[in-house]
Design a protein around this ligand. Structure first.
Ligand SMILES: [Fe+2]
Ligand SMILES: [Fe+2]
Length: 386
């Protein structure tokens, strides 16, 4: 076993040959240390009431899927196929639309590998946070639930890593702003803050990003993979809200304000700072600052970024983190409009308990959901023009 300790994560993307053949001898684990002052809890009351958290735990056990058996790896696209659906390709604009087909394909392969790499690193963060919660959560049911979530996250890390290595043959490092948010969540001593960062903000947004991938991906394997991950994440978010709604009420006003500020800052990082600026900078010779500015001033992009918050905002409101102090800040970001939608506190158990769908059913959903999303985007863009 070789473990190489590093101060910071590697900065270069990594390429994998096809088919990848690793022997234990040529694996070198690259590890970075983080310190966390955790306060753990034993629990000495094993009695079990019938609560939503218990129900979610039971569901987690029941709906366990296995990426090696339940995903059809023969359905992955080749490296000569575009990673997004034809209707998405037709909408390309800017420098990307000017590239010849070969270069556009190469660019888009790297671009998707970058995005999926962020999913992968986020999933590792979720794995580490969920495992911390097993110790930190004070109640019996929450410990069991966090343990089942830990196993979900392990499978998510596994399937995203495998997809990147086999299908794209590429893996990008963690975006530095995402890494900073993961660092903060993992090293903070307050377990409820970890919970807010991971279960409400990061997972809430990840859900929206996975959904977009399910709708726009040209790869049946990836659509199925993210759909199964979405099913798990929906349980995680529901657990977070149910548990936090009660717990946060026990905090003082000052403590609550602290959490509200943290959640707001996490939202800003997730909304504005997790962008792939390196790839376009390298390909098109534009500075990263310039790219950032173009993206920030693009109204359509703005609408799209905000739509990603349509689940996070009602959830933040439900758990009591839209305090008077942070409300104007969210308003400035244009996110307040989503706050009054239904939260994930009350869930649709019929949807949640459905058996896992087949690849064919998922493809059908993907088509329908893409149409709905495009309509929402078009309406939002039109209302902006008026
Ligand atoms: Fe996950
Ligand atoms: Fe999760």
């Amino acid at each position: 076993m070789k473990i190489k300790l590093v101060e910071t994560q590697p900065i270069d993307p990594r390429e994998f040959d096809l088919p990848e053949k690793f022997s234990p001898k040529n694996i070198e684990d690259i590890a970075e240390i983080f310190q966390t002052p955790m306060t753990g809890h034993y629990n000495w009351d094993y009695s079990d009431a019938d609560t939503r958290i218990k129900k979610l735990y039971e569901l987690g056990k029941e709906l366990n899927w296995d990426g090696s058996i339940d995903l059809d790896w023969s359905q992955g696209i080749g490296r000569d196929e575009f990673p997004v659906k034809a209707e998405m390709l037709a909408r390309l604009e800017g420098p990307l639309s000017m590239l010849d087909e070969k270069d556009r394909l190469e660019y888009m392969r790297h671009d998707q590998a970058w995005a999926l790499s962020q999913f992968l690193h986020g999933e590792q963060g979720a794995l580490l946070v969920a495992s911390q919660l097993v110790s930190c959560a004070p109640t019996y049911q929450a410990k069991l639930y966090a343990a089942s979530q830990t196993f979900d996250e392990a499978r998510h890390v596994e399937v995203f890593a495998r997809y990147l290595q086999r299908i794209h043959g590429l893996e990008y490092p963690c975006n530095k702003n995402l890494k900073a948010l993961l660092d903060k969540t993992l090293t903070d001593p307050r377990w409820d803050l970890k919970f807010i960062g991971m279960q409400i903000v990061i997972e809430g947004l990840a859900l929206a990003a996975f959904q977009t991938t399910k709708e726009t991906s040209n790869c049946p394997l990836l659509r199925q993979l993210v759909h199964y991950v979405i099913r798990d994440e929906a349980r995680h978010v529901t657990f977070g809200i149910n548990y936090l709604t009660e717990f946060l009420q026990t905090l003082t006003e000052e403590e609550l304000e602290d959490r509200a500020q943290f959640a707001y800052e996490a939202c800003v990082v997730m909304r504005n700072r997790i962008l792939n600026t390196e790839l376009p900078a390298k390909w098109f010779g534009i500075s990263e600052e310039e790219i950032l500015e173009t993206v920030m001033n693009n109204e359509t992009q703005d609408i799209f970024n905000n739509l990603l918050f349509n689940r996070v905002m009602p959830n933040l409101k439900k758990i009591g983190l839209l305090t008077d102090k942070v409300l104007p800040l969210y308003e400035k970001l244009g996110l307040l409009g989503f706050a009054d939608a239904d939260s994930d506190f009350e869930v649709d158990w019929a949807v949640m308990t459905k058996p896992l769908e087949s690849s064919k059913e998922i493809d059908k959903q993907s088509e329908q959901e893409l149409k709905v999303s495009q309509k929402i985007m078009e309406e939002a863009t039109a209302s902006l023009a008026n």
